[in-house]
Design a protein around this ligand. Structure first.
Ligand code: IDP
Ligand code: MG
Length: 161
């Protein structure tokens, strides 16, 4: 199963959008296997956005991502990287597809509400910046997983750990 790193960025936390964004991830059926609120330090921000170092918007980006707490998440699901990027919408909210998180909540390309990894390599790298291995909740099953398992074994769902 594929994993991605997502973050609810400081503008969205300040605007009270945490619940609405998490709800979309849960509605889709993705499994959240780690989540925490944190204030990114300069060191974390520079690691996260290392690929953008040297670009004109880089200083502004670092200032933005360190401007308040974020909600960091590891999200799991079938083809989750492509799926969450699609749900997020393109970088600039005003040209993002209507119905996506960025189109519905974002205001500017600087403050575009959410982050999501764009490749398996990026996801692995970003997850490791924000989470230690023991912060990942790996030993539980979603109700969908329990139901599917029960269907295959003829037992009752809900009892599995
Ligand atoms: P992404 O978040 O859609 O993957 P990237 O190109 O990786 O977009 O850029 C990372 C973040 O940098 C964006 O989400 C946005 O917050 C910010 N950013 C991107 N382009 C610009 C720009 O031209 N001006 C200011 N900020 C930008
Ligand atoms: Mg990116």
């Amino acid at each position: 199963m594929e994993r991605t790193f997502m973050a609810i960025k400081p503008d969205a936390v300040k605007r009270g959008l945490i619940g609405r964004i998490i709800k979309r991830i849960e509605n889709k059926g993705y499994k959240i296997v780690a989540m925490k609120m944190l204030q990114p330090t300069l060191e974390i921000a520079e690691k996260h956005y290392a690929e953008h170092k040297g670009k004109p918007f880089y200083p502004e980006l670092i200032k933005y991502i360190t401007s308040g707490p974020i909600v960091a998440m590891v999200v799991e699901g079938d083809n989750v990287i492509e799926g969450t990027r699609h749900m997020m919408g393109s970088t600039v909210p005003n040209s993002a597809e209507v119905g996506t998180i960025r189109a519905d909540f974002g205001m500017t390309k600087e403050c575009n509400v959410v982050h999501g990894s764009d490749s398996i390599e990026a996801a692995e790298r970003e997850i490791a910046i924000y989470f230690t291995q023991d912060e990942l909740c790996e030993n539980w099953k979603t109700m969908m997983e329990l139901v599917l398992e029960a269907q295959h074994s003829d037992s009752t769902p809900f009892v599995g750990a």
